[in-house]
Design a protein around this ligand. Sequence first.
Ligand code: PGA
Length: 306
Amino acid sequence: MSANDETENADTTVVAEPSVTEQATPDEKASEAPIADDAIPAAPKGGRRPMIAGNWKLNAGGADGCDLALAVARYAADHEETEVVVAPPFTAIAAVSNELYNKKSDVGVAGQDVYWEDSGAFTGEVSASMLRMAGATWAIIGHSERRQHFGETDETVVKKVAAANAGGLKCIVCVGETLDQREAGQTLEVIGRQVSAVVGELAKSGGDGVIAYEPVWAIGTGKVASPEDAQEIHGAIRKLLAETDVELAEQTRILYGGSVKANNAEGLLAQPDIDGALVGGASLEADGFGKIIEIAAKLARQGKNG
Ligand code: PGA
């Protein structure tokens, strides 16, 4: 399937309808969740549609997030070869989803995390069904900042991926080694452990899941992995997936993340096993982020992923 074939499905992506924000009991709300299971496009067979995802982190949590999303949506509409996802803070997910829905945009919305329980006495947590009700169709899971600062482990990551699968959210699972681990020659061992932990759950999502390789030393530091180094790790991740399931390996998109910007994206995205980017800092500025979307689309048109 070509990138263009896949974009036909994109029109079926539905984001939050304004009505779901009206008062309703939790059960009523769950049954009104705006995203029907069959509305989530299946993973492309054959070519992998490039994905550019913006991780806004602890930024743009209000009206500024809506403005940013709408500006991003304009770039996405002009470059449909690229699947575009934005991950606002929880506070802005419903508003951003509604804005995108009103503009008939197929930009996807992701939570930056998700809890594994669906409801209950878990102060501060947000579940997969809540994210769906707010209009998200994706969840970023296991980001290194959550592993570093919030006690995320391979075990909690698996539970979250399972909960996302069960709740109808697609996952962007983050893996990556620290500088110490890299210098100790442990990169492949660490990545292998992190990927192996989730491969069973990813297999259940039928190729819809995404892995983001983000070397921790490259995140927010301005130090970006060379395209060749990144390709080596991406190739190793795909090989690891293939040991479980060849089709899964072919379908799973593996994004690179860590100081990706408009001026370094092309070399990375041109690599055969780099299927897109998870962008932090540079996703907060629509023009720069839009340029990355454009580069991914251009490479797809040139048949890079075809
Ligand atoms: P960065 O962040 O692009 O600011 O390095 C990437 C990420 O943390 O996902």
